[in-house]
Ligand binder design. Structure first.
Ligand code: COA
Length: 232
């Protein structure tokens, strides 16, 4: 259904200084990084590229291109896409997410599908996030989840972001229009280690329609929640 790669900042000592390491970035990416001033942004951006390039190489067969031949770029909407030197745009859509210590990239195994991926830290959050961005049902669930409340909030928020990314929209849309039910029905092709969520998209135009069956899956990795949404 999809492939994903999760990388950790501890694998890349150069990240501490916000620098790329030799043989990693393409010339286009070098130019983009040169325009980034802030260390946290540089770190996250590099972590996203590290995950994405590893994924592209893993999905590229026995003779993958060098990392410097892979450019992970963004459309004007912010959506990521990949250019492979000498071959043009990579045939799979890709989605990228990063926190300060981890980077995630995911791509569907079906070229025609759409994908959105998100990673969130399980931690106490400002209650304003729930008030402003959750439906009343989601907020009630979070409030009644006791010790599991931080994970519940992370799961709901991550699912909303993954679906918004699948739609190519980011937070331009009202997040309450992405309605998350944590009790998803198991399905046959559910990849090992992932669990289903049920998500309804109740937003109005100008949001693009979800292209086909929407599948949303999540997993816990240490203190992070990973979510991948696939449709098509
Ligand atoms: C998609 C979005 C929701 C991601 O937000 P985030 O949780 O801060 O960051 P993540 O690390 O999970 O994702 C960032 C990645 O999303 C991808 N992305 C950005 N815009 C996107 C879009 N319209 N569609 C799909 N993917 C998008 C990019 O690949 C980006 O990483 P990159 O810039 O290194 O390539 C972001 O586009 C957005 O709308 N940000 C608005 C910021 C904002 O208002 N923040 C307030 C938060 S309460």
């Amino acid at each position: 259904m999809f492939r994903h790669v999760l990388v950790r900042a501890s694998e890349y000592p150069w990240l501490d200084s916000g620098q790329a390491w030799p043989g990693f970035l393409s010339p286009r990416e070098e130019a983009i990084l040169a325009g980034m001033e802030f260390l946290p942004r540089r770190r996250k951006w590099l972590l996203g590229r590290a995950a994405a390039k590893r994924l592209v190489r893993a999905m590229s067969g026995p003779q993958p291109v060098a990392e410097t031949g892979i450019s992970v770029l963004n459309r004007s909407s912010g959506e990521p896409f990949v250019l492979v030197e000498g071959r043009g745009e990579w045939e799979f859509p890709i989605s990228v997410s990063h926190r300060s210590e981890v980077g995630l990239a995911a791509a569907p195994e079906d070229r025609g599908a759409r994908i959105g991926a998100d990673i969130e830290t399980v931690e106490p959050r400002d209650p304003a996030l729930v008030r402003q961005f959750f439906t009343s049902g989601e907020a009630e669930l979070a409030a009644s989840s006791g010790e599991a409340g931080d994970e519940v909030v992370a799961r709901i928020w991550s699912a909303k972001e993954a679906v918004l990314k699948l739609l190519g929209l980011g937070l331009r849309l009202d997040t309450r229009g992405i309605v998350v039910d944590l009790r998803g029905e198991p399905f046959l092709e559910c990849p090992a280690g992932w669990r289903p969520l049920a998500v309804k998209v109740c937003v109005e135009a100008p949001a693009p329609p979800v292209p086909g069956l929407l599948r949303v899956l999540w997993r816990r990795e240490a203190n992070h929640v990973l979510t991948v949404a696939v449709a098509g």
